[in-house]
Design a protein around this ligand. Structure first.
Ligand code: BGC
Length: 385
């Protein structure tokens, strides 16, 4: 897997990569702007703020950051991805005592407060930031392992500098990965989320494949990965499609990640095909909404999710549909070619004002939107050969 550079000269460009054929109108400009934004917004220590201009998102999430690093790595920004991975490794080194305590408590069956678990987001310098915003989500640690393996594969990097961090993340996910936590959208604390289980499963298998774990932990990680997948197949299905949480019946666009990103099920599995059909039918109208009852900033359409759907279609052989979706994403840029978190139309327009009053206008730019655009574009470009 080589990085794709879309015919652009990017910092960190692999000299062996030949420029690809020209991209459709607007796509090259957005790819270039996305690369610049990723370089401009990355802290010298490697962290990326979820948004450089929206104060509530002035933190580095493992989830957002991992997908941004994937977009960076896939588009030739290899040093930037290296720096983010080093940031994650530093965080996990610092968090090792907390992980030891969680592992021991889980083994002993002791109840833990959410603040005992690892946070989903950190201050940009990698230290913990304590506030009253719920912060316990485990998917980001799985996504980091997933993205790290992909990046090392592309860049020819060695796992050795990350071995301690990979071990810490693996032990953490083995202990916590099948429990309840908040979902990709930071909601529903008491559910077992299918997308989260898929991220845990994918991350654990990536850790095993990277080859630095000792045999006992590798075996345990493989077992938990299989159990998380079995959880999904056992109770994460309703009427033939995947659902937001085990035992539920609601659709959620993050479920597109189960196959398209995490490869927990094949792209052509009947469950995946039915899930994509549901997302297309119930949540997609140009762009893609998160889930039917979303009210956050009125429940708009997210470029991150249109890119994720395009990613699926590019890999599944529907290049035309992937093009339509990426065209829609390009159409959401502002005059400075920056992508927002979400745009109208909204599912619950009457719920927009309360968020505008609380936090001001929603995040714009959202760095994850740009990272996902670069990632989806690389997948589509590679699929088209
Ligand atoms: C979203 C998360 C995201 C965070 C930062 C939240 O509003 O629900 O998925 O990680 O913003 O972008």
């Amino acid at each position: 897997m080589k990085p794709v550079t879309f015919g652009l000269t990017l910092v960190g460009m692999d000299p062996d990569v030949k420029p690809t054929s020209p991209l459709p109108d607007g796509w090259s400009a957005l790819a270039g702007r996305s690369s610049t934004l990723l370089r401009e917004t990355q802290d010298e220590g490697g962290g990326w703020p979820a948004s450089p201009t929206f104060p509530p998102y002035g933190f580095c999430w493992f989830r957002d950051g991992s997908f941004v690093a994937e977009g960076a790595s896939a588009s030739g920004l290899l040093p930037e991805a290296d720096r983010f991975n080093a940031w994650c490794a530093d965080v996990l080194k610092r968090e090792r005592p907390a992980v030891d305590a969680v592992v021991d408590a889980v083994a002993a069956g002791t109840d833990l407060a959410d603040s005992n678990y690892l946070p989903a987001r950190y201050a940009i310098d990698g230290t913990r930031h304590v506030d009253d915003w719920w912060n316990f989500q485990v998917d980001g640690y799985g996504s980091w392992l997933w993205a790290l393996e992909r990046h090392l594969g592309r860049s020819g990097g060695r796992v050795a500098p990350y071995a301690d961090a990979v071990e810490t993340a693996t032990r953490y996910l083995v202990a916590t990965g099948r429990g309840t936590c908040r979902d990709w959208w930071e909601e529903h604390r008491d559910q077992h989320h299918v997308t989260t289980l898929a991220g845990v499963s994918a991350g654990l298998l990536a850790a095993v494949r990277m080859g630095s774990l000792d045999r006992e932990l590798a075996d345990r990680a493989a077992d938990v990965a299989a159990e998380a997948r079995a959880d999904i197949l056992g109770s994460g299905v309703h009427n033939g499609h995947l659902v937001k949480w085990l035992g539920g019946d609601e659709i959620d666009a993050s479920l597109l990640a189960v196959a398209a990103l995490y490869d927990v099920l094949p792209l052509d599995d009947a469950l995946v095909v039915a899930t994509v059909d549901h997302v297309e039918a119930l949540l997609t109208d140009g762009g893609v909404h998160r889930y039917p009852t979303d009210t956050f900033y009125g429940g708009g359409q997210w470029p991150v999710l249109a890119c994720l759907l395009a990613w699926h279609h590019a890999r599944a052989g529907s290049a035309t549909r992937a093009h339509e979706l990426l065209d829609w994403v390009v159409g959401t840029t502002d005059a400075d070619l920056l992508l927002p978190e979400q745009v109208a139309p909204r599912l619950a327009p009457d719920r927009l004002a309360e968020w505008d009053e609380r936090w001001g206008p929603s995040a714009h730019p959202l760095v994850w939107s740009h990272g996902m655009f670069l990632g989806a574009l690389a997948v589509l470009t590679q699929a088209e050969g």
